[in-house]
Design a protein around this ligand. Structure first.
Ligand SMILES: CC(C)(COP(=O)(O)OP(=O)(O)OC[C@H]1O[C@@H](n2cnc3c(N)ncnc32)[C@H](O)[C@@H]1OP(=O)(O)O)[C@@H](O)C(=O)NCCC(=O)NCCS
Ligand SMILES: [Zn+2]
Length: 260
């Protein structure tokens, strides 16, 4: 049999939620560890963002795998620590890293990000995904932050921008790079400067990775949000991606309404 010349696109779904959708009735969706962590946040805004992210992930994965949300369980994996361990170095033993489903929703992958008033959840089947949302906030030392975050070609392009564009452009780079690092499971300890992406005014594209552990083919896209936010989603695949985005209202009616 000849191979299929046009493999079907990989569906990636992004659900947006506004923090106003956080409701105490969602708390019962959290497992014990999540509840304990949620209670430890000092700020209500942090509790709301964390609650929404985990509740949305459970509800979406339950829907996709056709089981009740209480059957959805997560484990955590930190690829940075796994790499350290493999190299014989000490690793952080506390539970941390990228959550992934075990049990009923095994095989699905997801990523959560929260910033300001927005929470994003991205879900794929069978391949890693990462999402990042950043609120554009004036930074005290933007030059210093850019030096620590941007790879040399990115930094050259960024430094050539006029003052008013620089802050938004910086967060545009950050969101694209962190979405990719979150997809790999390395997170920020993977090193933002190792990753080069296209400039924010160009179509989102992964350009290069410095050093070992490169991710292979990457599909990268920006996500639309209000003017003061930047966000991006990365999928580790060579397939075409069919990106489906659910608005905050759709997330409420499709996922959260029955529970809140
Ligand atoms: C975790 C991390 C990616 C979060 O970035 P952020 O911009 O502050 O926050 P975001 O809202 O975008 O993402 C948070 C979510 O990322 C997920 N996450 C945590 N670790 C992750 C990892 N290694 N890879 C991918 N996703 C991760 C979690 O779901 C978390 O949300 P939750 O705890 O509410 O469920 C970043 O802080 C990081 O990489 N930290 C690790 C740094 C480090 O050196 N740790 C020491 C041990 S290796
Ligand atoms: Zn770690």
């Amino acid at each position: 049999m000849s191979p299929d010349p046009t493999p079907t696109p990989l569906t990636t779904t992004v659900w947006w939620a506004h923090t106003s959708a956080a409701s105490s009735r969602l708390v019962r969706l959290l497992d014990e560890g999540e509840r304990t962590r949620n209670e430890r946040f000092r700020l209500q805004a942090d509790r709301d963002r964390h609650l929404l992210g985990r509740a949305m992930a459970r509800l979406a994965l339950a829907e996709l795998s056709g089981c009740p949300p209480e059957f959805i369980a997560f484990d955590l994996r930190c690829r940075s620590c796994e790499d350290k361990e493999r190299a014989g170095a000490e690793r952080d033993r506390s539970p941390h890293g990228k959550p992934f489903p075990i049990g009923a929703a095994q095989g699905w992958e997801f990523s959560v990000s929260h910033s300001g008033e927005w929470v994003a959840l991205a879900v794929t089947e069978g391949v890693p995904v990462g999402v990042d949302v950043e609120r554009v906030a004036p930074a005290r030392d933007l030059d210093g932050l850019a030096g620590y975050t941007l790879a040399d070609p990115e930094h050259r392009a960024w430094a050539g921008l006029g003052e008013p564009e620089r802050t938004g452009a910086f967060y545009g780079y950050w969101a694209r790079k962190e979405a990719l690092l979150k997809a790999t499971g390395l997170g920020l300890s993977g090193g933002l400067r190792r990753v080069t992406v296209s400039a924010p005014h160009e179509a989102a594209e992964f350009v290069s990775w410095e050093g070992g552990g490169a991710p292979g083919p990457v599909w990268l896209s920006d996500l639309e949000r209000e003017a003061e936010y930047r966000s991006a989603v990365a999928v580790l695949t060579d397939r075409a991606v069919d990106l489906r985005v659910r608005t905050a209202q759709e997330t409420v009616s499709e996922l959260l309404a029955a529970r809140s």
